[in-house]
Write a protein that binds this ligand. Sequence first.
Ligand SMILES: CC(C)(COP(=O)(O)OP(=O)(O)OC[C@H]1O[C@@H](n2cnc3c(N)ncnc32)[C@H](O)[C@@H]1OP(=O)(O)O)[C@@H](O)C(=O)NCCC(=O)NCCS
Length: 156
Amino acid sequence: MNPESSRHSSSHAPELLTTPTVALPVDKELVLKVIPMPADCNANGDIFGGWVMAQVDLAGAVVPARYVNGRMATVAVNQFIFKQPVRVGDILSFFAEVTRIGNTSVTVQVEVYAERFHSQKKYVKVTEASLTYVAIDDAGRPRKIENRVEKTQETM
Ligand SMILES: CC(C)(COP(=O)(O)OP(=O)(O)OC[C@H]1O[C@@H](n2cnc3c(N)ncnc32)[C@H](O)[C@@H]1OP(=O)(O)O)[C@@H](O)C(=O)NCCC(=O)NCCS
């Protein structure tokens, strides 16, 4: 079989039999949904890891933004695991949860789940990561987080 012709067809169906599907988290917030496009592929035909990292950075910033009340910057990617490949047409759901609030920084855990192109409503965990964001002032220096109580979406 021509691997190129099979890549975007139903060739991944056998993989669905071996990759465990999981339930979506109920203790984390859905912060982003996105579908990768062919322009986001690497030479293997899977989605480029750097593209996934950029989406995780964006998604991870959503919950910290509720704490910092202004400018912030990503100071660290503490951990990043690509558990399964991401493919063109997958529906990706990004879930986030705060794991630490410091004096000037907020650390979040991000988990990414894929609904495969031909298999919606079945979720495969493709990525998990931990990132730290720092509140910064106008000069780009760390700034104390004044209100360390989370603001809910309803109060934003
Ligand atoms: C973010 C930045 C202002 C922090 O400055 P800094 O002098 O390193 O700050 P500090 O050492 O005072 O640390 C500030 C906070 O970051 C945390 N931090 C610093 N380095 C860290 C690391 N490697 N891992 C995890 N947390 C870290 C500290 O624990 C501290 O948090 P706390 O106050 O809640 O305890 C500076 O590093 C910077 O400008 N980095 C570039 C940011 C950037 O360009 N990001 C990419 C694009 S957004």
